[in-house]
Design a protein around this ligand. Structure first.
Ligand code: AMP
Ligand code: ZN
Length: 116
């Protein structure tokens, strides 16, 4: 828990945000500023600033749990057929604004590539 981290507060329910997925290690919720018809953030409950920090801490197994949650959510929303994007922005050039590891699940419209 990082006392100043908004996603830690969402995970521990001190900030109310409807959770669309909950397990002992992972939660997911709607992005507050959705960029597609489906835009969900999947996060570990434990605070890790980004994917590299998580890997360095030896918690790589958490990544499998996050991917499992993300693929379940995509399937529930019917995105398997249409397709979707799963992405984790990392650091300044990656466009990361919240320093608690999160994966964006985006779908429901064609997504451009390469990203800007
Ligand atoms: P990133 O820029 O990859 O770090 O993504 C951070 C994401 O968190 C952005 O898409 C924001 O819209 C989203 N976000 C920030 N604060 C909240 C919040 N309180 N609840 C839900 N999503 C949030
Ligand atoms: Zn945090």
């Amino acid at each position: 828990m990082d006392a100043d981290c908004i996603f830690c507060k969402i995970a521990n329910r001190s900030i109310p945000a409807p959770l669309v997925f909950e397990s002992p290690d992972v939660v997911a919720f709607q992005d507050i500023n959705p960029q597609a018809p489906h835009h969900i953030l999947i996060i570990p409950r434990e605070h890790h600033s980004d994917v590299g920090a998580l890997a360095r801490s030896g918690q790589e197994a958490l990544l499998g749990k996050i991917l499992s949650a993300a693929t379940q959510l995509a399937a529930q929303r019917g995105l398997d057929a249409s397709g979707y994007r799963l992405v984790t922005n990392t650091g300044k050039d990656g466009g990361q604004t919240v320093r608690h590891l999160h994966f964006h699940l985006l779908g429901g419209r064609p997504l451009g590539w390469p990203p800007g």
